[in-house]
Design a protein around this ligand. Structure first.
Ligand SMILES: [Zn+2]
Length: 281
């Protein structure tokens, strides 16, 4: 009996030791929305984004971001989330991308023009997907409208519009939206989970760190849009590097082979002047 207990303890101890060395585990925080409500909110806001921005229908660009995106979606944490990710390119010169709750992602032409490698793009996309998986947008909305939200969410009927009611609470896509502008701790989580998605897809997580370094070094004006929505956590690059060392797969050889073609096509796209941000009601 005593021996069984000892061996059980050794197993527990070894398990704890192994998990301590494995990748960091993250789980979504407090949330008043159901996952289905994340999806609905994202779909309604995505329809609005398509009205306000110019979606690029070019088949080369569309297929390219979908190939990279689907590769990332095949990673375990994305699969387990069950969210229906979609990927679209929008004509906007700012170096940015954003993902709405439940999975719709929009990638600016400015970002496609700015990345030096496919891995850098996969880094930004993996980071955005992680915000969706960890439900950071609706987590922030839940914390900011703790009192008002339960009645609104509880009165939702299938097929009814959620966006209009939430806009009345100030939860929309306007400037400094709680759905799209995150805290530094949410940023750290998205970086580290993003590194998992990248590694499992065959992309070197350090490419994400390199791209953030590049943005930091550039600074100034609209290039900083990404850093404005996604404030830099401390020691960003170092944290990604440390996490990458804990990952089991170190085979970073995947490429779609279409990066140069994408670059040629996107170079010819002229972006309209950025439109005003949608007004919050
Ligand atoms: Zn972020």
């Amino acid at each position: 009996m005593k021996r069984v207990a000892t061996s059980a303890m050794v197993t527990l101890f070894l398990g704890a030791l192994l998990s301590a060395q494995g990748p960091t585990q993250f789980h979504p925080g407090f949330n008043l929305f159901s996952k289905q409500q994340d999806v609905q909110l994202g779909l309604e806001n995505a329809a609005e984004v398509r009205k306000q921005m110019v979606v690029i229908k070019d088949p080369v660009l569309t297929e390219y971001v979908n190939r990279v995106g689907k590769r990332l979606v095949s990673a375990r944490e994305a699969q387990e989330s069950g969210f229906p990710f979609t990927f679209e390119v929008v004509a906007d010169p700012s170096i940015n991308a954003f993902a709405l709750p439940g999975g719709p992602m929009f990638i600016n032409t400015g970002l496609l023009k700015a990345v030096d490698t496919e891995g850098q793009l996969a880094g930004v996309m993996g980071h955005e997907m992680s915000h969706v998986i960890l439900r950071h947008g609706t987590n922030q909305a839940s914390k900011s409208k703790l009192i008002e939200l339960p009645a609104v969410l509880g009165s939702q009927v299938a097929g009814g519009s959620m966006m209009g009611q939430l806009a009345q609470l100030g939860i929309g896509l306007g400037a400094n939206s709680v759905l799209l502008k995150f805290s530094r701790s949410a940023e750290s989580q998205a970086d580290l989970m993003g590194s998992h998605l990248m590694a499992e897809s065959g992309y070197d997580p350090m490419e994400m760190a390199r791209f953030f370094e590049k943005l930091n070094a550039q600074g100034g004006g609209r290039t900083l849009q990404f850093l404005s929505d996604h404030p830099n956590p401390d020691n960003r690059e170092k944290a990604i590097e440390q996490e990458a060392r804990k990952l089991p797969s170190q085979n970073y050889s995947y490429q779609t082979g279409e990066f140069q073609r994408m670059k040629q096509v996107v170079a010819k796209i002229k972006e309209p002047k950025p439109k005003a941000q949608p007004q919050q009601q």
